[in-house]
Design a protein around this ligand. Structure first.
Ligand SMILES: *[C@@H]1O[C@H](CO)[C@@H](O)[C@H](O)[C@H]1NC(C)=O
Ligand SMILES: *[C@@H]1O[C@H](CO)[C@@H](O)[C@H](O)[C@H]1NC(C)=O
Ligand SMILES: *[C@@H]1O[C@H](CO)[C@@H](O)[C@H](O)[C@H]1NC(C)=O
Length: 544
């Protein structure tokens, strides 16, 4: 009986399998081709510099590969652009003076400093505008790909010529502000989730006023410059960009909903990086727990901090917390160190042998191939300033971080990395050798840190493919704008939420709730009136 049933079932199965097989033979491929015609794209960045340009150019490289013409317009001359064959570079003017001042540990770099720097950059607005305008006309630019920082000229020229603008930033707050998020750059925490009522009050009402006040003169200056250039103010109403690409990813950035015209596409990384030098390979292969320290090319460190760091590294090696240090000094020179310093136990240490690479476990170098160092399995910890580029590389390689933020977006990055559970941060106002040693020890040993680093490594890796999506989105903006007639009112309407057109009250149905509140209040009023009337009637009838 059982056997018969089994045989029956089997034969049904065989029949079904045959069916599937027969159907599969009939399949034909889906057509995955996208019709492409070459377009002219302008990549514009006023600030320039590697950290701004490199990810933008990595996306531009994909567009070049797809047959588009890409022109880079930036201050100074971006030398690594030769790594991008087919990229044409035009200079926007002299390189912005890479503020050679030493980092002042006592001073906060927040929105107040930002507004001062903005005043300097705004002075160059007119010249930049002319340049962008001339290049746009000469090269028949179809789309502007603009770095969002201090780069109004790029977006204004695009808007004035009625061409599409794709804005680029790694700082989501600039592009899509949420009422429950802020940034230490603006004097508040990255999230208000666990903040007190008074802190939220301060950050929602008082800080924005102070920020507006700090930026008021820059705004005025900018508007004057715009009026001088006869820029049509009406065309700047509403969105300044048609699409914003955010070089960041949720997991590192705190989650929030995004409108379709704001897309997170990071972390953008290059396909290739320079390898380790033979010297570094030799050092790193011989050490198993290496700490890599680099503060970026724009940070100049005073001897006060350098001495503390030297002491930390010597003690960390003596206490066997780590067994090697790779120190990329970049712009910091050997004069920025004291000749001798004393350790906690009173021992005196000469710094010049360390700086001359005579210490067997500390390797000092001017530049290090950062990605390759982080990529090596023996590099266990990255001591960093928390810049966006460095952070992305560290997340991608799964290297835990000790962050010493100096300013700008770095304080917020430090908080985000701590929230993600892969880093600890230091306060530049209160640096303590023992505290740093404890933190290094913790970061190397803690199991949660290891687990979270692995998780973020996975996330960063799958997200690093989205630079192709960024290129796809830019092409969509290009092709959806039509061939000849550019940007009518309906351009990219499919991506712009109705909210922006409805206004705050209608979009949140506040008028409806207001009406309901009115009805309720009226009803309550009527009820009170009736009750008080009947009460006074009763009193009257009692008297009578
Ligand atoms: C931000 O919030 C976290 C968690 O509540 C807290 O530990 C941290 O000190 C806050 N940071 C600032 C700058 O207020
Ligand atoms: C706020 O506190 C809750 C509960 O402790 C925690 O789950 C959450 O992650 C915290 N949020 C932030 C942004 O630190
Ligand atoms: C990173 O590491 C992988 C595997 O360990 C290696 O194949 C690759 O070449 C390394 N890349 C760089 C830039 O060092």
């Amino acid at each position: 009986m059982i056997n018969k049933n089994l045989i029956f079932l089997l034969s049904v199965l065989v029949l079904l399998l045959n069916q599937i097989h027969v159907n599969a033979v009939d399949y034909v491929p889906r057509n995955i081709d996208i019709e492409r015609y070459p377009k002219n794209i302008l990549v514009g960045s006023y600030a320039g510099g590697r950290s701004h340009l490199k990810p933008m150019l990595d996306v531009a490289a994909i567009l070049i590969e797809r047959g588009h013409n890409v022109i880079l317009l930036t201050s100074g001359n971006y030398e690594p652009s030769s790594e991008y064959p087919g990229l044409k570079q035009i200079t926007l003017g002299p390189k912005l003076s890479a503020r050679k001042s030493k980092i002042d540990l006592q001073k906060d770099f927040d929105y107040r400093q930002m507004s001062r720097i903005r005043e300097l950059t705004t002075a160059g607005y007119g010249k930049s505008y002319e340049k962008f305008n001339n290049v746009a006309k000469e090269y028949n630019i179809d789309l502007f790909f603009c770095d969002a920082m201090a780069n109004e000229a790029c977006m204004d020229v695009a808007n004035n010529l009625n061409k599409p603008v794709v804005a680029w930033s790694s700082f989501l707050q600039f592009v899509d502000h949420k009422p429950y998020k802020s940034d230490p750059l603006f004097g508040c925490n990255i999230s208000f989730e666990n903040e007190s009522f008074f802190e939220r009050f301060r950050c929602t009402l008082i800080q924005p006023l102070q920020i507006a006040y700090a930026f008021a003169s820059v705004e005025r200056q900018l508007n004057d410059a715009r009026n001088q250039m006869n820029i049509n103010l009406a065309s700047r109403k509403g969105l300044k960009f048609n699409l914003a690409l955010i070089d960041n990813f949720f997991g590192f950035e705190l989650p929030q909903p995004l409108p379709p015209n704001v897309q997170e596409i990071g972390p953008v990384l290059s396909d290739e990086y320079p390898p380790l030098t033979p010297e570094l390979t030799n050092f790193i292969d011989k050490h198993e727990r290496v700490l890599y320290i680099a503060f970026g090319t724009r940070v100049y460190v005073r001897s006060e901090l350098n001495d503390k760091l030297t002491q930390v590294f010597v003690e960390a090696i003596n206490n066997k917390i780590i067994d090697g240090v790779i120190w990329a000094l970049s712009e910091t020179s050997k004069d920025d160190f004291s000749p001798t310093l004393s350790l906690t136990d009173g021992t005196q240490v000469q710094t010049s042998p360390i700086l001359n690479n005579e210490h067997p476990h500390i390797h000092v170098t001017k530049f290090a191939p950062q990605f390759a160092v982080l990529n090596h399995t023996n590099t266990k910890l990255f001591f960093s300033h928390g810049g966006a580029g460095s952070t992305h590389e560290s997340l991608y390689t799964g290297t835990p971080m000790l962050v010493l933020p100096f300013g700008g977006d770095q304080m917020g990055n430090a908080q985000r990395l701590e929230t993600a559970g892969i880093a600890l941060s230091l306060n530049k106002h209160s640096l303590d050798v023992n505290d740093i040693l404890n933190k290094i020890d913790f970061l190397l040993k803690d199991e949660h840190i290891k687990k979270n680093s692995k998780r973020m490594k996975y996330l960063a890796r799958i997200n690093s493919n989205r630079k192709y999506k960024a290129a796809d989105l830019i092409e969509y903006v290009l092709y959806s704008s039509g061939l000849d007639e550019y940007l009518d009112d309906d351009f990219l309407k499919e991506w712009i939420p109705a909210e922006s057109r409805m206004g705050f009250i209608k979009a949140n149905n506040l008028d409806v709730y207001g009406f309901l509140l009115g009805i309720i209040l009226t009803l309550i009023g009527i009820t009170f009136k009736l009750i008080s009337n009947s009460l006074s009637n009763r009193k009257k009838s009692k008297k009578e």
